[in-house]
Design a protein around this ligand. Structure first.
Ligand SMILES: Nc1ncnc2c1ncn2[C@@H]1O[C@H](COP(=O)(O)OP(=O)(O)OP(=O)(O)O)[C@@H](O)[C@H]1O
Ligand SMILES: [Mg+2]
Length: 1078
């Protein structure tokens, strides 16, 4: 969702005033009170026009979050409450969109928050400028250059635990899109004296402590260092540990930052080796040794440390040792060597340490520049950030303070110049008449210091270069002569007699009245520090080192490039670099951040009014405000002005159609603001007094309240009305629906009632008609019945004479006769075939004929059976009789029977008559032969069989040999008592003989024949007809036979099929004969 744009203004919810130009009345007290009030409410930033005043909160405030960055991004400067981000955004956008190079000048005294401010600016710009892998790397390198430079260039001082001991100016370069390309860092005058000596309560540069605390054992061994700070003369012990600072962790941060910035591992190591060498140099001590000429010559006390330094740096020990004892002066090709006394040796040692360290620092800056320099040659836009040491007023102020304060004078000067210039330019741009502003111009102080002919720096240089004995006192004398008349110079010895009584001014001092206050400088050390002398022997010794980095730091030590000309003095070098810086700054659009330190205790929530008052004075803030509001205190572009106040006038509210300027004119006329109170510029309205603005603000506030009430009123009315309308609409809809529903219901009720009434009436009518019709019908029926009876009676009466009394029976009989007749006639045609086995019979036509019909069927069947029988011959009849006999005897008793049914009984199978072989046999028999057949006679002894001719005659049973036809046995039928056989499918049978008969001497016969059924039947019939006795036929699977004296049991068993379908007979023992039937 698009963020709704809310028009806000700096003027909203202000604590005190956000912009000091609005202060009324304007004086030191109101300025301080305003800052204090805002500080107490955690509002650390306040504007003077476009200048940001920042009061160090000494605690972390939640106002630098990414959300805040977003809040300030692309917003107008005066839209939100004052913030360093607003200034950064303004500068960045002006650089990106209007192509104006920018510089951000951060000033303030030590501990006021300059370095923090510079980092905030950089991080804001980094957050809002372009993104992408390459751009991000550039950003990261730029940001990570800070920890490296801080480690080597910052130290704990009494004023600031992380005080920058060098001046820093960084140009951040951007391409046309506003993406960062790289940067260039310039450093100014590192406070190198700190390397060898620190004031009470202060520390050496952070890096020494970081290395000793955070370096690994291995690293320290390699660098021949010990972890204990107290081992090193150059480290002050009273504040080796700083509260809230973790040196070890910072060391890791620095190593990491070096890596990100692009230091190779060997480079980082070399840097640490130089740091170690500097530390160890401090431990070299000297002792005097008397020489023949009576002078003392210094000698190194303990050469161990020297040896280690030389091992670390690859310097020839003897060369370095000699450099600490002798000094060679070269003049006009002549070399003169003089010995050094102990004091000179210490001086030489410290000079070497300071030089080594400060040159290392410059090398670091150059190395970083190499990494972060823009990789393209396209035209770049530049944003410079200047974080330079602030104005310093100590008890003992020396050369360094002098230089630093000089730099601050210069900055103040360009601040005044540029502010006034900008103000003037704006007036011209806007076409407003310029009124001259009275303000203090410090050019005169700058001139006192930097004037080429009689400036203090020039005097100092002159002294340093002058032949003869030069001391700090001679320098002071010179100053007394040259500068005595200067308004801002004071000294006890100056010709101006008024200072003679000034006992506050000690000897060997001079005082300068800086724009920020009076500062008393001790001249001691000025000459020396300005000379910044390092004995040539030492620089040559360094050049000879095999350590590449050290060698490169001392190019002047190269004997081949001996330069007899003196190197430029520290003062003139600094002056030159300040001049370059000023030139550089003047070409850019300046943005100011003026830092104020609220207390000396580095503590949060304390606002020391005295201290702040002092800073306000020397920063010239009051003047700044005055300049800014000379003529007109407040200005605003027409559009936002109209937008903000349009509700104060009927014509402009709610919308103004014409140009904004005309709208503002109408508005101001309407409000009757006196004409001298404002002026119309080209794009801005200028308001002379803050009073007027506040009046506008008050009116606006009042009007806003009224408007809010109005809006509320209209909104409430609108809400109620819409609610009412909605309710009314709903009520109508509900009523309509309800009416419809009620009507529908009523209609249904009426309709159903009408139907009920209707139906009742119809029912009643119908019933009435029905009743009438029924009555009529009953009347008619009654009449008909009566008529019928009457007619009947009449007819009967009339015809009685024509009917006979028994005519009914006759008719009945006649009818019956006719039916019977018809039945029989039909039956004649339907009679089934004459086959006795035909089961068909026509169906019965009348129930009363049932028994007749059945009887007729029985008769018919008997008749056709008779008809069938009548066809048989006697022969056939006999056969059938026999067959019938066989059926009665064997059916369902003997398993062999069914197979005999189909066989015709032939009786004499063997035709004895025709076979001559049996002539004798035939002749022996006179009777009629009933059976003649070959049977198997079973041998009683072993069960084996032999063929015999079996003959049955009317009275006898004969057995004859099959071959010879000779009769073997003859049994009269009367002697046959019983025939036994099995129930199975075999042809075995026994013929039992009467006991005691002649034939029975050998015992009963056992035969086997295929025609058993026929033979048994015929035997039975013959016996019956001859003896009138029924032959006993026993059918059983176990029966006894009499063999001579023995009774033998013939047993039929289920035999196996081995012998095919032929039953086998076996005599098992005396008592058992077994027949196996398959
Ligand atoms: N905006 C801030 N928010 C929180 N703390 C701050 C802020 N500005 C400064 N400080 C605190 O004040 C201390 C000093 O600030 P800083 O080092 O920036 O001072 P300086 O002006 O650079 O001093 P010097 O001139 O000695 O370098 C910081 O270490 C930090 O603790
Ligand atoms: Mg700083």
């Amino acid at each position: 969702m698009a963020k709704m744009e809310v028009k806000t203004s700096l003027l909203d919810n202000m604590i005190g005033v956000g912009d000091m130009v609005l202060l009324e009345p304007l004086n030191e007290e109101t300025v301080i009170n305003n800052l204090k009030k805002r500080f107490d409410h955690s509002e650390i930033y306040t504007y003077i026009g476009s200048v940001v005043i920042s009061v160090n909160p000494y605690r972390s405030l939640p106002i630098y979050s990414p959300e805040k960055v977003e809040d300030y991004r692309n917003r107008n400067f005066y839209e939100l409450s004052p913030h360093i981000f607003a200034l950064s955004d303004e500068a960045y956008r002006s650089l990106r969109d209007q192509d104006k190079d920018q510089c951000i000048l951060i000033t303030g005294e030590s501990g006021a928050g300059k370095t923090e401010a510079s980092k905030l600016v950089m991080s804001y710009v980094a957050a809002v400028c372009g993104k992408g892998a390459e751009v991000n790397q550039v950003k990261e390198q730029l940001l990570q250059s800070n920890p490296v430079l801080e480690a080597f260039g910052n130290a704990k001082t009494v004023r600031n635990d992380n005080s920058s001991r060098f001046g820093k100016y960084m140009d951040i370069e951007f391409d046309f899109k506003g993406d960062p390309l790289g940067g260039v860092i310039s450093n100014y005058l590192l406070e190198k004296s700190r390397v060898v000596k620190q004031p009470r309560g202060e520390r050496n540069f952070h890096v020494f402590y970081q290395l000793l605390s955070g370096g690994s054992e291995e690293l320290l061994n390699k660098l021949k260092l010990e972890r204990d700070f107290s081992r090193y003369n150059y480290l002050s012990l009273d504040s080796a540990k700083v509260n809230g600072v973790d040196d070890a962790a910072n060391f890791r941060t620095v190593r990491n930052a070096m890596q990100i910035v692009g230091f190779m591992d060997h480079e980082a190591e070399s840097v640490l080796e130089v740091v170690a060498a500097v530390l160890k140099l401090g431990n070299i001590e000297f002792k005097p040794e008397s020489r023949v000429n009576g002078l003392d010559e210094s000698k190194i006390k303990d050469k161990n440390e020297l040896k280690e330094i030389c091992e670390l740096t690859g310097i020839d020990q003897s060369v370095l040792e000699r450099a600490f004892s002798f000094r060679t002066v070269e003049a006009k090709q002549e070399k003169v060597s003089t010995t050094l006394n102990v004091a000179q040796a210490y001086y030489a040692r410290d000079a070497l340490a300071k030089n080594l360290y400060s040159r290392l620092f410059s090398w670091l800056v150059n190395r970083i520049n190499e990494s972060i320099k823009a990789q393209t040659k396209v035209r770049k836009k530049v944003m410079g950030v200047l974080d330079i040491y602030g104005f310093e007023i100590f008890e003992d102020n020396s050369f360094e303070q002098f230089i630093i304060n000089y730099c601050n004078e210069k900055l103040q000067q360009i601040f005044i110049e540029l502010t006034v210039k900008e103000e003037q330019e704006e007036y011209i741009r806007e076409g407003i008449e310029w009124t001259h502003i009275e303000y203090f111009n410090n050019a005169i102080i700058c001139d006192l210091i930097e004037n080429n002919t009689n400036g203090i720096l020039a005097m100092l240089d002159e002294e340093c270069l002058r032949p003869g004995t030069v001391t700090d006192e001679t320098f002071l004398e010179k100053l007394n002569q040259v500068c005595a008349t200067h308004q801002h110079f004071e000294s006890r010895m100056s010709k101006c007699s008024r200072f003679l009584n000034d006992t506050s001014l000690p000897h060997s001092c001079f005082r300068i009245q800086h724009y920020a206050g009076k500062v008393l400088y001790q001249v001691e050390g000025f000459v020396d520090k300005n000379n910044d002398l390092l004995y040539r022997d030492l620089s040559q010794a360094m050049w000879k080192a095999s350590h590449a980095l050290i060698k490169s730091l001392f190019p002047e030590g190269n004997p081949a490039k001996i330069n007899l000309k003196r190197p430029p003095t520290a003062g003139s070098q600094f002056k030159a670099s300040v001049a370059t810086l000023m030139k550089n700054l003047q070409t850019k659009n300046p943005n100011y951040i003026r830092c104020i330190k609220p207390n000396d205790k580095k503590a949060a929530h304390i606002f020391n009014e005295g201290l702040v008052c002092h800073q306000i004075r020397y920063l010239g803030l009051l003047e700044n405000v005055r300049v800014r509001r000379a003529g007109y205190a407040f200005r605003q572009a027409y559009e936002p002005c109209l937008e903000r106040y349009k509700m104060l006038c009927k014509q402009t509210w709610p919308h103004w159609k014409g140009p904004a300027r005309a709208g503002v004119e109408v508005l101001f006329n309407e409000l009757e603001i006196p004409v001298e109170e404002y002026s119309f510029g080209r794009s801005k309205i200028f308001i002379r007094n803050p009073r007027t603005l506040f009046k506008l603000e008050d009116l606006r506030k009042q009007r806003l309240e009224d408007l809010a009430t109005l809006i509320q009123k209209i909104y409430r009315g609108w809400k109620c009305r819409t609610h009412f309308l909605l309710m009314r609409k709903s009520q109508i809809v509900i009523a309509a629906w309800y009416r419809r529903y009620a009507q529908q219901k009523r209609y249904q009720q009426i309709k159903s009632s009408a139907l009920v009434i209707q139906s009742y009436i119809r029912g009643w009518k119908a019933r009435k008609i029905l009743q009438e019709l029924k009555h009529q019908k009953r009347c008619q029926e009654a009449a008909t019945t009566i008529a019928a009876y009457w007619h009947g009676t009449q007819v009967r009466r009339e015809y009685r004479k024509f009917f006979r009394a028994n005519a009914g029976k006759k008719i009945y009989e006649f009818t019956l006769q006719r039916i019977m007749q018809k039945y029989f006639l039909e039956m004649k045609n339907k009679v089934p075939s004459l086959s006795p086995i035909d089961k068909n019979w026509p169906s019965r036509p009348y129930l009363f004929l049932d028994s007749t019909h059945k009887e007729l069927k029985r008769i018919f069947h008997l008749w056709r059976c008779k008809k069938y029988r009548d066809q048989f011959t006697d022969q056939q009849k006999l056969i059938y009789e026999e067959k019938l006999e066989a059926s009665e005897l064997f059916k369902d008793k003997k398993a062999l029977y069914p197979s005999s049914v189909g066989q015709p009984f032939q009786g004499p199978y063997l035709e004895i008559n025709k076979n001559p072989k049996y002539k004798k046999l035939k002749d022996a028999i006179e009777e009629k032969i009933i059976i003649a057949e070959v049977v198997n006679k079973i041998n009683r002894a072993n069960g084996k069989s032999t063929n015999r001719i079996f003959l049955l005659t009317n009275n006898n049973l004969l057995l004859a040999d099959q071959k010879s036809g000779q009769i073997k046995s003859e049994v009269p039928l009367v002697d046959v008592t019983k025939v036994s056989m099995s129930s199975q499918n075999d042809g075995f049978f026994a013929i039992h003989l009467k006991e005691g008969s002649e034939a029975a001497s050998k015992g009963d016969f056992l035969f086997s024949s295929d025609h058993l059924i026929e033979m048994a039947t015929k035997l039975y019939r013959t016996t019956l007809s001859q003896t009138k006795q029924k032959l006993n036929i026993e059918i059983s699977d176990e029966f006894l036979v009499q063999f001579r004296q023995d009774k033998v049991c013939v047993k039929f068993i289920q035999g196996n099929q081995k012998n095919g379908s032929v039953p086998t007979c076996k005599r098992k023992n005396n008592r058992l004969l077994e027949v196996a039937v398959p």
